[in-house]
Design a protein around this ligand. Structure first.
Ligand SMILES: O=C(O)COP(=O)(O)O
Ligand SMILES: [Mg+2]
Length: 211
């Protein structure tokens, strides 16, 4: 049976509408103009700290405000669940994989609390035996530690990493793990450049790619 780790934002769930709402709530509190959904989508992938750095750069907020805004955002992040949906077919695909005996986990750069909050809200948590967030370990993706630790916690067997972005592709490469690319997430580079073993745009295709 295969050990499958999944990225979260842009892979299993379309979470940018909630992240966008929280980013704009933060900018509003700071008296700054809001940002577009597309801008926020391009800021997601490397965790909350980098998201805030990119948000500050977009709105000319100085470095000295980083820690305060990052902490405020972490407080808002666990509420970022109401507009988020799994991508079509995710629940069926996870059910099929789990029923087949594969072991599933999450390796997301999202802070662990925020990831748990959204997975609980969507009733997705029971599918996963492992949850590693961007702040759970000493490093996060593209460093391979989240993946090597995640697979160790899932036991034995072949490994697969499923993600949507350049960061995920790099983490898989750094960990020496085959990578499946979901093409409908927040990637910015052309899909063909990411070195994926296979790519898919519809979750109906995923179980077949694993078996
Ligand atoms: O929170 C982020 O920036 C990205 O999260 P992800 O690793 O689940 O895509
Ligand atoms: Mg992602």
């Amino acid at each position: 049976m295969t050990r499958i780790l999944f990225d979260l934002d842009g892979t299993l769930i379309d979470s940018v509408p909630d992240i966008h709402a929280m980013a704009n709530r933060l900018l509003d509190q700071e008296g700054k103009p809001t940002v577009s959904l597309a801008e926020v989508r391009s800021f997601v992938g490397s965790g909350a700290k980098v998201l805030i750095e990119r948000l500050r750069a977009a709105r000319g907020i100085p470095d000295s405000e980083q820690d305060r805004l990052h902490q405020t955002f972490l407080g808002l992040y666990t509420e970022a669940v109401h507009l988020t949906q799994p991508y079509p077919g995710v629940i069926d695909a996870l059910s099929t994989l789990k029923a087949t005996g594969h072991r599933l986990g999450i390796a997301t750069n999202k802070p662990e609390n925020a990831a748990r909050a959204v997975l609980d809200h969507l009733a997705l948590m029971p599918f996963f035996d492992v949850m590693i967030g961007g702040d759970s370990l000493a490093t996060h993706k593209p460093d391979p530690l989240m993946l090597t630790e995640g697979y160790a916690r899932l036991g034995d067997g072949p490994m697969l990493f499923v993600g949507d972005s350049e960061i995920d592709a790099a983490a898989a490469r750094n960990a020496g793990v085959p990578f499946l690319l979901f093409t409908e997430g927040y990637r910015q580079a052309p899909a063909e450049t990411l070195g994926a073993l296979a790519m898919f745009s519809d979750y109906m295709e995923l179980p077949r790619l694993v078996m």
